[in-house]
Every structure is written in structure tokens, then in C-alpha cells.
Design a protein around this ligand. Structure first.
Ligand SMILES: *Cc1c(COP(=O)(O)O)cnc(C)c1O
Length: 410
């Protein structure tokens, strides 16, 4: 988003015009930013066979999936429905990694039939898998190296009590199961959680995986998940992709020569690819002065953007309608009958009723976590692509609320 005079623009498209044309609230994504992030990440890992698998739970709109496919990206999915969305977007089954957690074996069998790469994260399911397929279907194993990443307890998935992955301490048993059923392990995987700040955390986990790799002779790839951190708050420390890339590339090449074969290096970025591309445009419905606070009440809330409520996430906000206005301090709250504060104590250019605000970093885990709570419609989505605003999801209507309800005679 760029400020030209008093107009905030993406690729020359005035965001106020987008709000006018498509209504508010509306999610807007900048295709150029997604492509830029993809290229930046790809460029950081030179000289290795890199495969990026977009973790599409961050944002599953089919047009976004198509945009990333066009760049050469694969897909990381966590449900059979995400697999189906990937196919709908034109991905080949072999480009899709399926990394479920606690799903039924039936669902895994459906994924096998489709032909996607299976990633298994517990021994019980692995035994069922071995029993059903033996060595006929290759499988990736998700390990938990118990590396603590990031500062927020909700998004650290590598610790000892985590439900994710097979513990690195269980490797001897894992190897027994693999041998017993003659399972063909073609990949090792770890995803230590969101927000990895320095290369050392990554490399500590990676080294643990490299150490156990010698137990598996059929490896084709190593998948180090994600955790690439982007800035949400001004001054936030973000992952230094270039330096991380150099360090991991070097270590990975050494590992491949020890292992005796060149493997593919996989990552599954979600947030890194799409977070900063997104802006959520909302309208200020009311300005409410209480004894201690000036509230801006907007036409949205935790139903559309849950992260502030769920994770205490900080999202920068800009008043698009008053770029030159005097700065004043506000708390921005939603219209849901809950305490759904979107932002505390923010300096914004003076907000007047009717102004359009842009909530930043609204590409990842934003609309994909939205709900119909308070019987509100989910917003529309717009993609700015090649200098034009394209509607990529319609706003819901009353029919969406009633469609699956079965009204009985009472
Ligand atoms: C959510 C998830 C990711 C993506 O994490 P980001 O922080 O959005 O990059 C990658 N891999 C797996 C297995 C995930 O569950």
C-alpha cells in the first residue's frame, strides 16, 4: 500500500474506490506482494533443489492458490477439503503435501487414492498405513524435535506436550515399525511452530532431523515446515531470510553429501507468502467517547478477524479516508456482542463516522478463520492483479445463513 497525495493505493488502485465498488467490510490482496515474497524466499536458497509448499490454511481462496501455482509453488494442506481446493485450483496431486493431525484413517485413505504426498504424524496411524500399503505408497514422517520457537504459547507446536509430530525420542520405535511393515519413508518433516526469528533455532531442529536421516534409506526430501516471521508491529523483528537461506543451504549441502544423495529441500510458508499482501477494509460506524477512551466502532469484528482476540495479535491500522488528518488516540472495536477489540490505544489520523480504515497483515489467518457469529455475512474478497481490482469471493447473503438449516414443523 502506497500513499499518493492523500490516496492510499495498491498497484495504482485507490483503496477507497475498492471499498466503494465492493462495499465494506472487504478483504483486499495485492498479488504483486505475494509474488514478491515467493521470489524472495526462492532466491534465498541457491544451489539446492528447493520446493516451496504454500501452507494454504492461511488463505485458501482459489484465485490465490492459482496465483502461487503459476509461480511454481506447491501446496501444503491439512485437510482433505484443502486437498480438494488445491485440485480445483489446478495443482497436480504430486505437488500437494497432505499434513493432517488427528484425522481418521479413512480420510488418509482418500488422500492416498487422490495421489498426494502423505505426511504422517503418529505411530498408531503409521502402523495402520503400513498394514494397508506396505511399501507401495511412500510416506513422509512428521517428527517433533521439541524445539521451542516464538514467544507465544498458542503457536509453538514443537514443545514436549505438543500434539504434533512423532517425538524425536521415539525414533527407535518408529524405526521398528517402519522395518516391520516395510514402509517406504521418502521424507522427513518438522514444523516447530510459527515465528522463528533466528537461524539457530532452525538449524538445531534441522540437525536433529539430519541425525536420524541415516535410519531411512529412501529419502527424497527433507521438509522444514515454516516459521518465517513477518512484521506486524512497527519495529518488529522479522526473519532475515537471506542469512537464514545461506546458513541452511550450506548445512543442507553438507548433509546431502553425508547422506550420499542429493535430496530436495522443502518449506511450507503460509504467513510469509500472504500476510502482508492483505488489507481488511472496514467502515467506522460510530465514534463513541466514554469516560476514559475514544472508541471507533467498525462494521466488523472477531467474526471476520479473530487474531487480535485469539492471539492478542497486533494489526497496524490506517485511516484511508483522512490521510492528512490530525493524529488522535483511539481503540478500534467491532460490532459483535462480545468484547472484540481489534486494536487498543492507536494513533490514527482523525476518524470520522463513515471513514474507511485499513487493517494491515490481513492476508494470513484472517478470512480463513472467519465465522458467521452474530449471523453476520462473511466479507467479500478482492485481488488486485495486473493493476485491476478483481472480485474473487462474493460477500455472503442471507441464503448462506439458511441454506443448510432444516426447518421442521413446530
Ligand atoms: C500452519 C502450518 C504452516 C504455516 O505456518 P506459517 O506460520 O503460516 O508460515 C506450515 N506447516 C504446517 C504443517 C502448518 O500446520
Amino acid at each position: 500500500m502506497k500513499l499518493e497525495g492523500t490516496s492510499y493505493q495498491i498497484q495504482g488502485v485507490d483503496l477507497l474506490n475498492v471499498a466503494n465498488e465492493f462495499g465494506s467490510p472487504v478483504y483486499v490482496y495485492d498479488a504483486d506482494k505475494i509474488v514478491k515474497q515467493y521470489k524472495q524466499l526462492s532466491a534465498a536458497f541457491k544451489g539446492v533443489d528447493l520446493k516451496l509448499k504454500y501452507a494454504c490454511k492461511a488463505l485458501t481462496n482459489i484465485s490465490i492458490l492459482k496465483l502461487l501455482k503459476k509461480q511454481g509453488c506447491g501446496l501444503d494442506t491439512v485437510s482433505i477439503q484443502e486437498v480438494m481446493l488445491g485440485l480445483e485450483a489446478g495443482y497436480e496431486p504430486h505437488e500437494i503435501l497432505y499434513t493432517p493431525n488427528c484425522v481418521s484413517f479413512d480420510e488418509i485413505q482418500r488422500a492416498v487414492k487422490i495421489g498426494v504426498q502423505i505426511n504422517i504424524d503418529n505411530i498408531s496411524i503409521l502402523e495402520q498405513f503400513g498394514d494397508a500399503y506396505g511399501s507401495t505408497i511412500p510416506v513422509c514422517i512428521r517428527l517433533n524435535p521439541h524445539i521451542m520457537a516464538g514467544g507465544h504459547s498458542h503457536i509453538s507446536v514443537g514443545h514436549i506436550d505438543s500434539k504434533f509430530g512423532i517425538s524425536i525420542h521415539q525414533v527407535p520405535h518408529l524405526v521398528r515399525v517402519v522395518k516391520t511393515y516395510d514402509i517406504r519413508v521418502n521424507g522427513l518433516h518438522m514444523h516447530t511452530g510459527s515465528d522463528i526469528l533466528d537461524a539457530e533455532v532452525f538449524l538445531t531442529g534441522a540437525d536433529l532431523l539430519f541425525n536420524v536421516a541415516s535410519e531411512f534409506k529412501d529419502l527424497e526430501f527433507m521438509d522444514f515446515g515454516s516459521g518465517f516471521k513477518v512484521g506486524y508491529r512497527p519495529g518488529d523483528v522479522t526473519t532475515d531470510i537471506k542469512s537464514l537461506g545461506e546458513k541452511i543451504t550450506k548445512r543442507f549441502k553438507e548433509f546431502c553429501s553425508e547422506y550420499g544423495r542429493k535430496l530436495e529441500l522443502w518449506f511450507e510458508p503460509g504467513k510469509y507468502l500472504v500476510s502482508e499482501s492483505g488489507y481488511f477494509l472496514v467502515q467506522a460506524n460510530v465514534i463513541k467517547q466514554t469516560t476514559s477512551t475514544v472508541f471507533v466502532g467498525v462494521d466488523s469484528g472477531q467474526n471476520h478477524l479473530l487474531r487480535p482476540k485469539l492471539y492478542d495479535a497486533y494489526h497496524t491500522i490506517t485511516n484511508l479516508s483522512n490521510a492528512a488528518g490530525t493524529k488522535r488516540i483511539y481503540s478500534v472495536v467491532g460490532y459483535i456482542c462480545e468484547t472484540d477489540t481489534l486494536a487498543y490505544d492507536r494513533q490514527l489520523n482523525e476518524v470520522r463516522e463513515g471513514d474507511i480504515l485499513a487493517i494491515h497483515n490481513a492476508g494470513a489467518y484472517a478470512i480463513s478463520m472467519s465465522s458467521n457469529y452474530n449471523s453476520r455475512y462473511r466479507p467479500a474478497e478482492v485481488l488486485i492483479y495486473k493493476g485491476k481490482a478483481h472480485l474473487i469471493r462474493k460477500r455472503e447473503t442471507f441464503e448462506d445463513l439458511t441454506r443448510n438449516q432444516v426447518v421442521i414443523d413446530i
